[in-house]
Design a protein around this ligand. Structure first.
Ligand code: HEM
Length: 494
């Protein structure tokens, strides 16, 4: 990955039906384009997302709001729909570890080494072992309770855990996060948010999940043999791919129309408004040469892309407008403590988020790159137009981690109790194509996890086998669908 990042000949993105069908048969968007178009798109999006709060207080407030909506929704659901479950029916082993690791975790006797380590956490002495990054794994995975063992919250934690024997609901985890996560982004993009149980959005999320399962980072059958689009459109998955995209286009089109409708009256503008304003400026500049057809997002994108390609100053011009809108919004903004400062003081949860990311990305491949010319990579000759894909499994799940299959956040905490980030840990990629959603993704993971664990207990469904490490392949790996028993904790946090 480092060698690729250092070589600009590896900056291209692949071409082919998978990458183009999603954008109306043309190379559009940001994720899988390259060259001048990519440079301009990336610059535009970064600048204007920042204008509207990306990575700043606005975004933190938005994420917190989504997390609290999610908590309230499930609290209400538990209040109205809860069934009673016997605690004895619930298998408490809700860790996804493999069998050996689970067996180790159940070992009642701690080793001397572990006792010394745990006491060092409390006394802030130098730990003798095993707070390293991963080379020498702990014999027994520590839990949050172990980590905070010296903290007075221990009794509270125990008491809260007992809430699990009350009553709860069974939820499908597959649908759990889609709407709040989309909301945090969509509010910033289009100024619109959806209810946690919005059926249309849940449906959209489901078809999107299935789309991401049908294709993987390398592509799919009709990507490599495009003739199959015509010869076997069903069997090659092309028809399904197209159908799913039509739904996504409809959703985007509705957002564009909505954004246009509220544009004039809106105080806090959004990125989609920026697009629309840019379009209207472009239209003026082009003296209405091209008519914008509001029924067709394809035209919208074409005109917008042309605007960006044809005149960089247009972007500058728009920036002035965006600043005015932002200043106007600033007058009514309530300044809040920036969430990122809070995250710094919650070491264990930070480590949990990092471990999520390691295990999630460690099961997938990077977004593919393409050689834009003949080049050399680590002594290998890479011909022009070759697809180059980093296998994250060899980085995030290799021997460096000692026990890669075990969910063990402690590997990211050093002996002084501080977060350590090994060089191998790069789930968002490195270099010029590094993920643009990193701050949002990490913020979502952190805040939503914190809010849920503060308020609920998640246990295996009585009588069902607890989820294991099994996952489905695709563009991004997902756990195989599973259900959990969700109960309110005795001490909840607003
Ligand atoms: C856990 C969540 C996420 C992970 C692990 C992740 C990871 C990645 C990785 C590995 C890349 C490719 C880097 C490369 O090509 O070398 C990437 C690219 C990208 N990601 Fe993410 N991502 C996440 C969430 C998001 C979100 C929420 C957004 C948008 C809001 C986003 C937007 C992008 C974009 C636009 C690119 C393309 C950047 C470019 O090519 O210039 N990502 N991401």
């Amino acid at each position: 990955m480092k060698a690729m990042a250092a070589n600009d000949a590896c900056d291209g993105r692949p071409v082919g039906p998978v990458y183009e069908t999603r954008t109306f048969g043309k190379r559009r968007g940001l994720l899988v384009v390259d060259g001048n178009l990519w440079v301009q798109q990336r610059r535009f999006i970064l600048r204007h997302l920042r204008e509207f709060g990306w990575g700043r207080t606005d975004m933190a407030i938005q994420i917190e709001h989504e997390a609290s909506q999610l908590v309230q929704y499930y609290r209400r659901l538990i209040d109205t729909k809860a069934q009673s479950f016997q605690i004895d029916d619930c298998n408490d082993d809700n860790n996804n570890d493999d069998d050996d690791a689970a067996e180790n975790r159940r070992t009642p006797e701690k080793t001397d080494e572990e006792r010394r380590y745990e006491s060092s956490l409390g006394k802030n002495e130098k730990a003798e072992k095993p707070g390293d990054v991963g080379r020498e794994p702990a014999k027994r995975s520590l839990t949050a309770e172990d980590f905070y063992v010296k903290v007075k919250h221990r009794e509270l934690l125990k008491e809260a855990g007992q809430g699990a024997k009350l009553s709860g609901i069974i939820v499908e985890m597959e649908d759990f996060f889609g709407v709040p996560v989309l909301n945090a982004l969509w509010t910033m993009m289009a100024g619109k948010r959806y209810n946690v149980d919005d059926q249309e959005l849940i449906y959209l999320q489901r078809i999107f999940t299935s789309l991401l399962r049908d294709v993987d980072m390398i592509g799919c059958l009709f990507q490599h043999f495009p003739v199959l689009k015509y010869l076997a459109p069903d069997k090659s998955g092309y028809n399904n791919f197209l159908k799913t995209h039509e739904k996504v286009w409809q959703f985007i089109k509705a957002s564009v129309n909505y954004s246009e409708d509220i544009f004039i009256s809106s105080i806090q503008s959004r990125v989609l408004h920026t697009f629309l304003s840019l379009l209207s400026l472009q239209r003026e500049l082009e003296n209405h040469k091209k008519t914008y057809n509001r029924d067709c997002p394809r035209d919208l994108m074409d005109v917008y892309l042309k605007a960006l390609e044809s005149d960089e100053n247009l972007d500058e011009t728009f920036s002035v407008f965006a600043r005015d809108v932002r200043d106007c919004g600033a007058k009514i903004k309530i300044q809040m403590l920036f969430i990122w400062t809070i995250t710094n003081s919650m070491t264990y949860l930070n480590a949990v988020v990092m471990e999520f990311l390691r295990m999630f990305m460690g099961r997938t491949m990077n977004v593919p790159h393409r050689a834009t010319r003949d080049t050399q990579l680590m002594g290998y000759t890479i011909p022009k137009d070759s697809m180059i894909v980093v296998n994250f499994n060899r980085i995030l799940m290799n021997d460096f981690w000692g026990d890669p299959e075990v969910f063990r956040p402690e590997r990211f905490i050093d002996e002084t109790g501080k977060i350590v980030t090994p060089e191998q840990f790069a789930p968002f990629g490195i270099g010029r194509h590094r993920c643009m959603g990193e701050t949002l993704a990490k913020g979502n993971l952190f805040v939503i996890t914190a809010a849920l664990l503060q308020n609920f207990t998640f246990s295996p469904v009585p009588g069902e086998t607890p989820p294991r490490n099994a996952y489905t392949d695709g563009v991004t790996a997902c756990p195989v669908p599973y259900r959990v028993l969700m109960t309110k904790r005795a001490h909840t946090v607003n």
